[in-house]
Design a protein around this ligand. Sequence first.
Ligand code: EPZ
Length: 415
Amino acid sequence: MGRTMTVQGGRSLYGTVEVPAAKNSVLPLLAASLLCGGPVRLEQVPRLSDVEDCLGILRAVGCGAAWEGEDVVVGGPPSCCRMPLAETARMRASVLFAAPLLARLGRVETALPGGCRIGARPVDWHLAALEQMGAQITQAGDRLVLTAPWGLRGTEICLPGPSVGATETVLLAGCTARGETILHGAAREPEICDLAQFLNRCGGKVQGAGTDEIHIQGVGALHGATYRPMPDRICASTLACAVAAARGWITIAGCSPSLYGPVLDVLEQAGCTVSRTAGSATVGRMGSLQGAGRLVTGGYPALATDAAPLVAAALLFGEGTTVLEDRVFEARFGCAEGFAAMGAQVKVEGRTLRIRGGRPLRGAAVTACDLRGGAALVVAALGAQGKTRIAGCEYIARGYASLGEMLTGLGARIE
Ligand code: EPZ
């Protein structure tokens, strides 16, 4: 805890950088490995604190979970239904372990999950879906006990909103439930397709992932598999925004530009040069940037909420106005305080961040208060003059294994 990063701004970025595997894919895949009868090998997993917490949960419930070089190997059936409180409380994704444990053991004792401070993040839709599938749930304070003594059963579920996590919970619960589960109103994020592909690779029968209606035919059991998780589109977005802020010319390799198309489109409209191949994007900024007018986030394929603070950081350097509304979370722009400390003209009104961009920024002492907001402070600091000291970088370590090293490799000066 208490990690800091010092960024010497004003240096342009040049070179090629490889995008690592997506945190938001790896975490559900680790939860899914609980369903598998044989060992699961996830290839080239980034060493994130959220990944370490997931491995902690897997070990606490009796599975083997270990690094083998850059891969993670999970094996052995779970034997304990009690999830460890520390890891569970630290991370939102801990809620994803409930459904597979329930499916395997018929009972799970857990707690309400923690996670980034970006507004209220209830888990009521996860719990309601599991109840519909036959789980009985008791809650005392932040403690939860879920039981399904007769197993889970497939049914028709309609999500009140396109929640990524609740969609994943239904996938995880439905795979080995009795009969068919039909999910209406599913989220369509690519990480959900990655989870469905993994489950199918393990013998599951999931159809329709990537659309708002998913059909899951329950199967008796899943087997193990070796799987390479998809690339991190938010990390790719971070790098694209970094070069927009710092100036320079970089190639972001190993991630299809279509996965973060809206971010590249905004940067292009703001004045960056963007060229795309099937598996990479080259983003350059030589001249001035313009504000982007009005932008709104939403579920995939719209501009991702996770990218909103990053895009905002880049557009601090755009002449004119940007108004960025986050429709997914209540408090996405905690980073605005840090932007202001660097001299930016920004104002948060409810879910909206207003930027009057183009003023030169100067280094300052700032504090990360969530993962993407923390990364956004790094992006802003790259384009500011002088040194920025960013406290609270443990948030950044949740989702970026080596942001400092990646940017240093492109010519940034970061300690
Ligand atoms: C996932 O969170 C991601 N996390 C988040 O990544 C991402 O911001 C978010 O999806 C949206 O894309 C992981 O994949 C581990 P949601 P999740 O359920 O699943 C409401 C990052 O920086 N809701 O789609 O928790 C909720 O409050 C992050 O990597 C309920 O009301 O997000 C929110 O307003 C942080 N009840 C909206 O739905 C529920 O039971 C969308 O949340 C569930 C959700």
